[in-house]
Design a protein around this ligand. Structure first.
Ligand SMILES: [Fe+2]
Ligand SMILES: [Fe+2]
Length: 183
């Protein structure tokens, strides 16, 4: 008796997204290592923590596929690509990859809606929310490096930015979470 509650299409797409979250973890690991090599320990720490977060996203997909009676297919993980050329380049690459990930999440929402697979549609809403958080975080990095001088940031400004990022919380402050008491 077939107890797979996922269509072949969605099973494949969810597996692909599971691998893409692992790919994102590889990206953060590579950039964190690059930052550490360059002496930016605060940035490295922030990116290492974020790599772990991407890994938990991967596990969420894996567990969901299993829970729905689907088949998990663990494949090779695509590499992270070239190392950043500068802190500015690093943050731009982080932003680009988060926006690309959001595009993929939305495609999965579209696919689950087209099939009226409301369980998957509901599961995906967590990721829709999470991507707001991830994009806010990436935009925050871009505004910080812009203040520090962007592509022309001087060493002293980068030093301050690095110290600041070491203390940065993992989650971004979101407008949707603000209240009258805690704006
Ligand atoms: Fe993710
Ligand atoms: Fe992410």
């Amino acid at each position: 008796m077939d107890t797979n509650r996922l269509s072949a299409t969605l099973e494949k797409a969810l597996n692909a997204q599971m691998t893409n979250e692992a790919h994102n973890a590889q990206i953060y690991l590579a950039y964190a290592s690059w930052a550490s090599e360059k002496g930016y320990d605060g940035i490295a720490n922030f990116l290492f923590r974020h790599a772990n977060e991407e890994r938990t996203h991967m596990m969420k997909f894996l567990e969901y596929i299993l829970k729905r009676g689907g088949k998990v297919t663990v494949t090779a993980i695509p590499g992270p690509g070239d190392n950043p050329k500068s802190v500015n380049d690093c943050f731009e690459k982080v932003y680009t990859s988060e926006v690309e990930n959001t595009r993929r999440i939305y495609a999965l929402v579209d696919a689950s809606m087209a099939e009226k697979d409301w369980a998957t549609y509901n599961f995906m809403q967590w990721f829709v929310n999470e991507q707001i958080e991830e994009e806010t975080l990436a935009m925050d990095l871009l505004s910080k490096i812009k203040v520090a001088g962007g592509a022309d940031a001087k060493d002293t400004a980068l030093y301050a930015l690095d110290a600041d990022l070491g203390k940065k919380p993992d989650d971004a402050q979101l407008a949707q979470d603000a209240t009258v008491e805690n704006p």
